[in-house]
Design a protein around this ligand. Structure first.
Ligand code: DAH
Length: 339
């Protein structure tokens, strides 16, 4: 009987689950303490018949060794897991690891500033598709097929459908607005545009904000004052400006606006004060108004086109347009939105 119960004990020990120090102490008390099972088994020895005693003694001793071995194994295991959790221990008094919430892209920052400035003058946003037909991008804007001005804005054509183009300017939105709305019109169209152009200051994909104002008796003075106000807001009060005569097929007269600012001169390695071109503008050509269904005898208007990359390059003094698209965090993290 005694031997069978020893084997049953062995079985029990094998299935014993020890998860923590409390379990381990219970295990020790149950088996190894003075009042534990092993002590009891040893004291039982005297009651075992003499001829079985030797065998019984061997069995109890081997059970004792087994219990001690299990005890050592468990305490070692618990010790190890204690060390591991001590290492992973979280000190709640320490500062947390900062979570970067990111920042707006510089082009988004500039675009938002531009939109805000024009919104404060009552301009509303109009958006249009990035893929348009040839008529909206060129012909309606006084650039019929074979017009040499088309060369200034070479774009990506779809070979199987040559009348469909990726818009070269957001002026195509101005056409859509004039076709669908009656004056007074006061709108800006921010958006992505495409040209077959690529170097340090030109990218095949870039962004513009186009503006359009159409009403009765709109004059060049309105155009000048609007853009002068914009530049003061964008680059700071007191920024000097000048208008230079220029040519765009869709405006007459046309002008380019420069601001006096600092520009890095690679030859001298210095920042030098110089006139920097920031935008194109002009009075909407009456033929364009008529093309879009607006009576040019009654209405006049002005329009302008501003490159968002160009604005950002001038404002932040950036030499290479490609930096905007490379997604290098060392570059991007330098810009913080003011809004
Ligand atoms: N569409 C012109 C361009 O991309 C920019 C421009 C110039 C737009 C004069 C205008 C404007 O509306 O009046 O080069």
């Amino acid at each position: 009987m005694a031997i069978e119960s020893i084997n049953a004990y062995r079985d029990e020990i094998v299935h014993q689950d020890i998860k923590n120090l409390k379990d381990l102490e219970e295990f020790r008390l149950k088996w190894l303490s003075k009042k534990g099972i092993l002590a009891e088994l040893f004291s039982e020895m005297k009651n075992v018949p003499a001829e079985e005693r030797k065998n019984y003694g061997l069995e109890v001793n081997s059970l004792k060794q087994f219990v001690e071995q299990r005890f050592d194994e468990f305490s070692e295991l618990l010790q190890k897991s204690k060390e591991v959790s001590a290492k992973a221990n979280i000190d709640l008094t320490l500062d947390g690891t900062p979570i970067s919430i990111g920042s707006s892209h510089p082009l988004t920052i500039i675009r938002n500033q531009m939109v805000d400035i024009f919104a404060s003058l009552g301009f509303v946003i109009s958006e249009g598709p990035e893929i348009v037909d040839d008529w909206h991008n060129f012909t309606a804007l006084n650039m019929p097929e074979d017009h040499p001005a088309r060369d200034m804005q070479d774009t990506f054509f779809i070979s199987q459908d040559p009348v469909t183009v990726m818009r070269t300017h957001t002026s195509s939105v101005q056409v859509m607005v004039m076709q669908s709305q009656a004056p007074p019109i006061r709108t800006i169209s921010p958006g992505r545009v495409f040209r077959k152009d690529s170097d340090a200051t030109h990218s095949p994909v870039f962004h513009q904000v186009e503006g359009l104002f159409v009403d009765e008796a709109v004059s060049f003075a309105d155009l000048k004052q609007t853009l002068f106000y914009f530049v003061q807001e964008m680059f700071g009060e007191g920024t000097k400006t000048r208008f230079r005569p220029s040519y765009f097929p869709f405006t007459e007269p046309s002008a380019e606006m420069d601001i006096l600012g600092l520009r890095y001169n690679p030859e001298t390695g210095k920042q030098e004060e110089t006139w920097i071109e920031v935008l194109g503008c002009g009075m909407v050509d009456p033929a364009v108004l008529d093309n879009c269904g607006i009576d040019s005898r009654k209405y006049s208007g002005f329009a302008f086109g501003i490159g968002i990359e160009r604005m950002a390059m001038v404002k932040y003094n950036i030499q290479d347009i490609r930096l905007f698209y490379e997604n290098d965090l060392r570059f991007l993290e330098q810009f913080v939105s003011e809004v």
